[in-house]
Design a protein around this ligand. Structure first.
Ligand code: DP6
Length: 348
């Protein structure tokens, strides 16, 4: 009988004292129906539901190692110590995990992005999805995929969707407080009967001037167009789910494009305006329209930055990438649907 003096419990206690470590890998996602606006900033509850495709390129790899002897968390991104607001966000997230796990140890967090951070390529989505999975494993929280999505949401809303591979829908949920927290999570939206690709026009790989967090709050607070976009977004989501079910890439693309233009319209109408679109953004958008005029189904979406992501059939992706490079004078990457977050390593 395993008792007080058996080897097993002593071994566990010893391991607890040393601390545990876990590594997780997550991929970015690109929203086709956007998340733009919160109804609760602390719980990261969105005003609208959204839908995205998780990519198979530029993942984030994060290791969380418990460090019982240290009195503060240490976080590095690409080998450099994180400071200021980004550090504060990671520490606040770890505080949440510690409360859920009933533990107090500090942690050493090492994060590596295969893409420049803050480039409008959704590194906060992959970042907080990887941090959620790695920290949950390191602190011994056993979460199913829904609970992990809810946890990742608290770090960055879009991270809730990167928990899942392929297409994912993030439900806004209902109400506030505990009810809102329980009902706001992402889940798979089903695999469509077409082979999609997203071509990423990297117009600017530098950090963005205004974070999406600040820009979306300013938009909700000051843009007279915001309520109209939020209302039409619900119809966009219903239309997109139906288009995905019937495998209609053209309908998916048309809805994605109008939803993104609408989101940028809300920002342009904010007071003062938030404008992420650059001259090269418009050149790429012209290039996408020219592709359509030539009979290639290609549809654009843009996030909180000047970069353009072009949805098309996989078989057209090389041609689309060539056209995008020529139109924007910028590099272009081709991505397909990628996997959900996974824990790749445990005890070192
Ligand atoms: C334009 O998820 O980065 O990419 O929840 O404040 O961290 P926070 O915002 P974040 O916003 C993403 C906004 C977007 C659209 C989307 O991904 O749906």
């Amino acid at each position: 009988m395993a008792g007080e003096h058996s080897a097993e419990p002593v071994g566990l206690r010893e391991r607890d004292r040393r601390g545990r470590a876990a590594t997780a890998v997550a991929h970015p996602n690109i929203a086709l129906v956007k998340y733009w606006g919160k109804r609760d900033a602390r719980l990261v509850l969105p005003r609208t539901s959204s839908l995205s495709m998780t990519l198979d390129i530029v993942p984030t790899t994060t290791t969380v190692a418990l460090a019982p002897g240290m009195d503060a968390d240490v976080v590095t991104l690409g080998g450099e110590p994180l400071t200021g607001e980004p550090l504060r966000r990671v520490v606040a997230f770890l505080d949440l995990v510690r409360v859920l796990a009933g533990r107090r140890e500090s942690a050493v967090v090492d994060t590596r992005n295969a893409v420049p951070t803050g480039a409008g390529l959704a590194s906060s989505a992959s970042g907080f999805a990887a941090l959620a999975a790695a920290s949950a494993a390191a602190y011994g929280l056993e979460l199913d995929a829904t609970a992990l999505s809810r946890l990742a949401r608290r770090g960055s809303g879009s991270a809730a969707r990167s928990v899942f591979g392929g297409f994912a829908v993030w439900h806004a949920g209902e109400g506030g407080g505990a009810e809102g927290d329980r009902t706001s999570y992402a889940e798979p939206a089903g695999a469509p009967d077409f082979d999609p690709a997203l071509v990423l026009a990297v117009i600017d790989a530098g950090p963005k001037a205004v974070s999406s967090r600040i820009a979306m709050r300013h938009t909700v607070d000051t843009s007279p167009l915001y309520p109209a976009w939020a209302e039409s977004s619900a119809a966009d989501l219903a239309g997109m789910l139906a288009a995905l079910r019937r495998g209609d890439l053209t309908a998916v693309g048309e809805i994605a494009e109008r939803n993104a233009f609408g989101m940028h319209a809300t920002m342009l109408a904010a007071r003062p305006a938030v404008r992420y679109l650059a001259p090269a953004t418009l050149q790429v958008l012209d290039g996408v329209r020219a592709l359509r005029d030539d009979g290639v189904p290609a549809f654009a979406t843009m996030d909180a930055g000047p970069n353009v992501k072009v949805l098309c059939h996989r078989t057209d992706a090389d041609r689309v990438a060539e056209a995008v490079r020529a139109a924007g004078g910028c590099p272009a990457l081709v991505a397909g649907p990628g996997p959900g977050v996974r824990v790749t390593g445990g005890e070192p």
